[in-house]
Write a protein that binds this ligand. Structure first.
Ligand SMILES: Cc1ncc(COP(=O)(O)O)c(C=O)c1O
Length: 411
């Protein structure tokens, strides 16, 4: 059983961070240990010819954890877990708790989750869980699960529909506000209901990929309730999950809302973690519908899409969260937002049209206003490489005032 902790999310010194990871690794079994040898798994320390030990690693908790190479297969917030890596699994359980409870306001102990390979996996996992749950509860087929989402939704939702045999329903947004249009939503719900039995998997965005726009929950719920629809709501916060809840404390799209069942966050975006650090969160009870009983060699079975996964990546997320703490996180993000505002003020002064969601660090510029040479030179990302209508700037840590000034000088 994984160790559960209710320590509040706080900033730790670098010595404390090192000490916590050292203690977690000491609690794990080590492939190097001759007294308690590990013989039964196809895993070992990272190849020593390539990833050699060095004295500085003693003070590099993430890298030393990578060398030890713990496998976090399975889900550690429920039931049993593999007995080899309980120390680092417990740090992952803390990551899930901090994200669910401290960032997104869930009640204590009500959410399961794990560190996935990224936002794509977490979104596929979310729709896999909903599909199986709908099938069990209402006897619908995969096709009878309609996935309602806006046209600004990430393409991983289309991947998920393809893989899981679900029916996608892509809804238009208002071109100026990027808000989901309710008329087409009503029509899509009614049309699906006319075809026969149906359940709706609703995907809302807490920060769309191109615009950083945030979908509103209540108008969507009103439509579904008025239609007496059966539905579940997943929030894709891959882009905004580690920024918006801290920059906008009144964030209306959170686990405080009982209608929201699951969340995707990506630590390898705004949290500056290594790639391979998506976070999937789901209400307790839901994962039962994706328990793979055939995973009989895994203690506690497997509830995840990916199987084996890096324990070091989960530790990386834990380290970043605790290197900042909530206050440090807010201070860091306030700087990003201040720079985003300076960029917007510069665009206003030059009469360049753009979309920006308040509290977010994304600015989408109308393509006709952007000199093509500047788009290329500054590696802006278009909505569509073949026919760009928008180019986006994401104000990350390295996008400092000097770079913003240089960019603005293109007009
Ligand atoms: C909103 C949103 N969801 C999901 C994803 C997919 O994330 P990943 O590339 O980590 O799989 C992205 C990536 O940009 C995203 O912006």
């Amino acid at each position: 059983m994984s160790v559960k902790t209710s320590a509040p999310w706080q900033r730790l010194s670098s010595e404390e961070l090192e000490e916590r990871v050292r203690a977690a690794l000491a609690e794990n079994a080590s492939y190097r240990d001759r007294d308690e040898p590990v013989l039964g798994v196809p895993g070992t320390v990272l190849d020593r010819r390539v990833f050699y030990d060095a004295p500085f690693l003693e003070h590099a908790p993430f890298l030393s954890c990578m060398l030890e190479n713990p496998n976090h297969i399975g889900c550690h917030t429920l039931g049993l877990s593999e007995p080899i890596f309980p120390g680092t699994q417990a740090l992952e359980v803390e990551v899930v708790r901090v994200c669910a409870e401290e960032l997104l306001g869930a009640d204590p102990g009500t959410v399961d989750g794990y560190v996935a390979t990224g936002g794509t996996e977490a979104n596929i996992q979310a729709l896999w869980v909903f599909r199986n749950r709908f099938r069990e509860r209402y006897g619908v087929t995969s096709e009878q699960v309609v996935v309602l989402h806006s046209e600004d939704t990430h393409y991983s939702i289309h991947k998920a529909c393809d893989l899981l045999g679900l029916t996608p329903a892509t809804l238009p947004v208002d071109p100026a506000t990027r808000a989901l249009q309710l008329g087409p939503l009503r029509e899509a719900v009614a049309a699906a209901q006319r075809r026969g039995p149906v359940c709706f998997a609703v995907v809302l965005n807490l920060g769309t990929t191109m615009f950083g726009s945030v979908d509103r929950l209540d108008p969507v719920l009103e439509v579904l309730e008025a239609a007496q629809a059966r539905y579940e709501v997943h929030v894709d916060a891959a882009f905004g999950g580690f920024i918006y809840p801290l920059t906008h404390p009144a964030n209306p799209l959170s686990l405080r809302r009982p209608e929201v069942s699951s969340f995707t966050l990506d630590a390898h975006k705004m949290l500056q973690a290594p790639y391979g650090t998506g976070v999937y969160l789901v209400r307790k009870g839901y994962l039962a519908s994706v328990c793979t009983q055939e995973a009989s060699y895994v203690r506690g079975h497997d509830y995840t899409l990916c199987g084996s996964r890096s324990g070091a990546n989960a530790v990386a997320v834990w380290l970043i969260l605790h290197a900042y703490g909530p206050e440090g996180g807010r201070e860091f993000l306030a700087q990003l937002l201040a720079r985003t505002e300076r960029l917007c003020a510069g665009l206003d002064a030059r009469r360049v049209a753009y979309f920006r969601e308040p509290h977010m660090n994304v600015v989408a510029l109308r393509a006709e206003d952007v000199p093509p040479a500047a788009a290329r030179r500054f590696h802006l990302v278009p909505d569509d490489h073949h026919a760009p209508r928008w180019w986006k700037v994401v104000v990350m840590d390295h996008v400092d005032d000097e770079l913003i000034e240089r960019f603005l000088a293109a007009w």
